[in-house]
Design a protein. Structure first.
Length: 401
């Protein structure tokens, strides 16, 4: 079992980057980890997928194997920012490809290459070492200030990459923002400071997918809170909107670090949170027209390091395996947005049949199913982005006619 302090430290990475600060200097040198046409490109490759009929029976039964082709129409881009994956004794990750970064591109971003052209910058993300001491050893003003400088450095890379993308790569194409955890925090800040106040940039936004970042809205409302113009998405034919959720198998206790607008970690960042706010919850399994049925897709290759150990816990130590790069687990789940009496607003997962058990909260119950925020609804999200792409093209054509 991993040390609790080390694991809990990673949670702060989802939240601190959203702090508005005036001293951020965008990095002038963008390093693309994924770039259309690049070789090698970890965000592209075989989409061959094995579907399992059961994971509770050994050996696991194969229901089928398919290799979907990339869509002929990939007229939009995806701008992806990865979660905390780099393990280092330094406060900031190096601005270069590592095995952890390469793996997370494959796990989270590569499937989206089916529906869009993926741009993914490498950034000097905050490492566990960069935030553990100030967050969990008293949060002294000087230590917290040092941590925020680490996050400013990380955000500067993301901001620089975004501006570089707009100037050199976008050419008026619609774009989907995709993040998770620290990556969601970075993108929420980008939305808040760059895109939300700028009508021209808002016009390019197909949608933003930012789970595990505690994006807040006024309770029961779709706009306000962290973003003043961009609403949460209400359907797969709506564009210019944001999708966010916090995945839990059980209703979270008050110590949970996701799903609460007034969490201690959010408060420690200095992000203003209105008294009537709640964490946003948009259900991808409803948006996709699946009636709440989740469609998980995950990679079959082992994930390195701390995240890999957490994923083993999530799958009870037995991640689904197959001979193809991708696998659809045999578990059947449904999901619905739930407001708990303690103020949490989360996407709750339930077993869909008697042969299925709920995923194990990993690495601790107060994380919920955070490590699976993107892969549990990945099949749903691909269809949602495909529908949004069509809606965006229709709106563009109508506006130009």
């Amino acid at each position: 079992m991993l040390p609790r302090l080390t694991l809990l430290a990673a949670v702060a990475l989802a939240l601190i980057p959203a702090t508005a600060r005036a001293d951020v200097t965008p990095s002038p040198d963008t390093v693309w980890g994924c770039y259309p046409g690049a070789t090698p490109n970890p965000c592209e490759g075989s989409l061959a997928t094995t579907t399992l009929s059961s994971t509770t029976i050994q050996p696991r039964k194969v229901a089928g194997v398919a290799t979907p082709a990339p869509d002929a129409d990939r007229s939009i881009d995806c701008f992806y920012v990865y979660p905390t994956v780099v393990t280092s004794t330094a406060a900031s990750a190096p601005k270069r490809m590592t095995s952890d970064v390469r793996s997370i591109y494959r796990y989270q971003a590569a499937r989206f290459s089916q529906v869009c052209k993926v741009y993914a910058p490498i950034y000097r993300q905050a490492t566990l070492a960069g935030i553990a001491a100030p967050v969990f050893q008293g949060e002294s003003a000087s230590a917290l200030e040092q941590t925020r400088r680490v996050f400013d450095r990380a955000y500067g890379d993301v901001l620089g990459a975004w501006r570089d993308y707009l100037a050199k790569e976008n050419h008026g194409r619609g774009v989907v923002l995709i993040g998770h955890s620290q990556g969601s925090g970075m993108l929420i800040r980008l939305l808040r400071e760059e895109i939300d106040p700028n009508p021209a940039q808002r016009a390019l936004l197909v949608s933003a997918i930012v789970p595990g970042g505690n994006l807040v809205v006024p309770a029961g409302q779709r706009v306000g809170g962290d973003l003043q113009h961009i609403p949460t998405c209400a359907s797969a034919t709506e564009t210019g909107c944001v999708m966010a959720w916090s995945l839990f198998g059980q209703l979270p206790g008050r110590n949970a670090v996701f799903g609460f607008a007034n969490s201690s970690l959010r408060e420690s960042t200095g992000i203003p949170t209105p008294p009537d706010a709640e964490v946003a919850c948009v259900n991808p399994a409803e948006m996709s027209g699946d009636g709440g049925r989740l469609r998980p897709i995950t990679r079959t290759e082992p994930f390195p390091g701390v995240i890999g150990l957490g994923l083993q816990l999530l799958f009870y130590g037995l991640p689904p395996r197959a001979s193809t790069p991708w696998v659809v687990p045999g578990e059947k789940y449904t999901a619905s947005c739930v407001r708990a009496t303690n103020g949490a607003h989360v996407l709750r997962v339930r077993a869909a049949n008697s042969a299925t058990i709920l995923p194990f909260p990993a690495p601790y119950p107060d994380w919920g199913l955070h490590l699976g925020d993107l892969n549990f609804p990945l099949g749903n999200l691909i269809d949602v982005v495909r529908s949004e792409r069509a809606a965006y093209a229709t709106a563009r054509a109508s506006a130009s006619s």
